[in-house]
Design a protein around this ligand. Structure first.
Ligand code: GAR
Length: 197
């Protein structure tokens, strides 16, 4: 059983979908803890599924490196096989990436390397793209530049708003993330040998 720690910053709808998948005893991954860098609304989903939570509040630390060290300590308590950034909206210090990668993955609401960054859905609409997508990548030192584990196209509809498009992308993200976790758990996907973007 793959032990997974999930880190979130927001509403955690993708986390919730993952917790539902992990409720199936046949699913080969298990979320052992959920952490956040702020009082994220999504922590309630972990509570509901009886999964422990931890907070490493950014403003409590003198600088990013100190915060990163505390976050790493909190994550390691759970002895995860894999750490998933699921709507975690703060860049990790390089030392944290070095400590956890390649068993550190991120979901992103675009077809990387298109539209990296914090506003991928808005950026796709602003660029008048006819399609965007969803990606699951290994985290490296760049912003959404790591090796791609899975990605899939999502069409942009003419009447799409940022919310409607993001909702449709998240449906795909949830499926890709679950597939990647199962693939890693079953040895079909190796984050260490994934091709660079
Ligand atoms: C997801 O679409 C995730 O890919 C995105 O935040 C959303 C979180 O939604 N992450 C990024 O944009 C990171 N660059 P959720 O809180 O409802 O799961």
């Amino acid at each position: 059983m793959l032990r997974v720690v999930v880190l979130i910053s927001g509403g955690g709808s993708n986390l919730r979908a993952l917790l539902q998948r992990c409720d199936d005893p046949a699913f080969p991954a298990h979320v052992v803890a959920v952490g956040a860098d702020r009082e994220a609304d999504g922590l309630v989903h972990a509570d509901e599924f009886g999964v422990p939570t931890f907070l490493t509040l950014y403003p409590r630390y003198p600088d990013r490196d100190a915060w990163g060290t505390a976050l790493l300590t909190a994550v390691r308590i759970w002895e995860p096989d894999l750490v998933v950034l699921s709507g975690f909206m703060r860049l990790l210090p390089a030392a944290v990436v070095d400590a956890l990668a390649p068993r550190l993955i991120n979901t992103h609401p675009a077809y990387l390397p298109e539209f990296p960054g914090a506003h991928a859905v808005r950026d796709a609409l602003a660029a008048e793209a006819t399609s965007t997508g969803a990606s699951v990548i290994v985290v490296d030192h760049g912003v959404d530049t790591g090796p791609i584990l899975a990605r899939e196209r999502v069409d942009v509809h003419p009447d799409d708003t940022e919310a409607s498009l993001h909702d449709r992308i998240k449906q795909v993200e949830r499926r890709l993330l679950a597939d990647v976790l199962a693939g890693i758990a079953q040895g079909r996907i190796d984050p260490a040998t994934a091709a660079a973007a």
